[in-house]
Write a protein that binds this ligand. Structure first.
Ligand code: ZN
Length: 116
């Protein structure tokens, strides 16, 4: 029943408990639940702070900048099209990445605190 190693991180990235892989990790979009309802793992000790945001900015910022440069230099998109597409892309990608990266950071914290 216990997942460890990559299994726990994959479960957490999908919004499930990194210990059992069954219970929900979040009680809302980015709010971490207090405990796992299946295996009773305490999530309160995990505090990711601004950690996930750094990675979201790096990944989404790089993807949006790369896309903007390619679409401008290779496909000659107009400035209006660039302005319409790439900021929206960055926002949507950030919203998709936030719970994934937050789940991964919570999993890393729980994994290291449990092994203390
Ligand atoms: Zn659990």
């Amino acid at each position: 029943m216990t997942t460890n190693g990559k299994g726990g991180f994959i479960a957490a990235a999908l919004g499930r408990c990194p210990v059992c892989g069954q219970g929900k990790l979040f009680k809302s979009y980015l709010k971490v639940a207090e405990t796992c309802k299946v295996c009773a793992t305490d999530f309160k000790a995990a505090d990711t702070g601004d950690g996930p945001v750094v990675f979201v900015i790096l990944i989404a910022g790089f993807a949006a900048c790369a896309g903007l440069l390619i679409s401008f230099l290779a496909w000659n998109w107009s400035p209006a099209t660039l302005l319409a597409v790439w900021p929206a892309f960055a926002v949507i990608l950030s919203l998709i990445l936030m719970p994934i990266l937050k789940g991964l950071m919570v999993a890393a914290q729980i994994r290291h605190k449990i092994r203390d």
